[in-house]
Design a protein around this ligand. Structure first.
Ligand code: GRF
Length: 193
């Protein structure tokens, strides 16, 4: 059983998809802890619903990264829980060296575009504005750059005539919910983790 630690700042639909996949016996993993930097984030409620230990981590005074003390606490909590793979699921802060070094090649992220196209915020909107025919989602290892790092798996979705940002985002999220468990399964099967 691969021990996962999930980090998220928001809705937590990918975290739910992972927990459901595990519950259905489709992913040989266990979520040991869910951590959020946002008080009352829905992802924490999802963890509670599934009986998974969860924690609000006080991020400190910076907007886009954790304070060093919070970083140290994050690493400690993940290590104490025996986490083998750190799974970012809507985590909105930069992952800095201290965390990367504690979990080398063991932190993954999901991003709503076909990377390397459209890193950054509202990637589906960027794809729409660029008149792309396809959008999608990418699971990748995390490195010190945002939405960057070796690609593990991707799933493409069409951009349909008349798509709005909302309809396209919903299609991508549906693809993400299948892609994230599949990508972790792939890593396990490849012996990559
Ligand atoms: C996902 O679309 C993911 O690609 C991005 O943040 C979003 C998180 O959604 N990194 P949720 O919190 O899992 O619903």
């Amino acid at each position: 059983m691969l021990a996962l630690g999930v980090l998220g700042s928001g809705r937590g639909s990918n975290c739910r998809a992972l927990l459901e996949s595990i519950r259905r016996g489709q992913l040989a993993a266990e979520v040991k802890v869910v951590i959020s930097d946002v008080v009352g984030a829905p992802i924490l409620e999802i963890a509670r619903e599934f009986g998974v230990p969860h924690l609000y981590l006080t991020p400190g005074k910076f907007r886009s990264r954790l304070e060093p003390a919070a970083e140290a606490q994050l690493v400690r909590v993940l290590q104490d829980a025996g986490v083998e793979l750190v799974v970012l699921a809507g985590w909105m802060r930069i992952v800095k060296q201290e965390i990367l070094q504690a979990f080398p090649r063991r932190i993954i992220n999901i991003h709503p575009s076909l990377l390397p196209k459209f890193p950054g915020l509202a990637a589906w909107q960027q794809a729409l504005q660029a008149n792309e025919k396809h959008a999608g989602a990418t699971v990748h290892f995390v490195d010190e750059q945002i939405d960057h790092g070796a690609i593990i798996a991707q799933r493409e979705v069409p951009i349909l005539p008349g798509d709005s940002a909302e309809s396209l985002h919903a299609r991508i999220q549906k693809a993400e919910h299948a892609l994230y468990p599949a990508a972790i399964r792939q890593l396990i099967e490849e012996g990559a983790i």
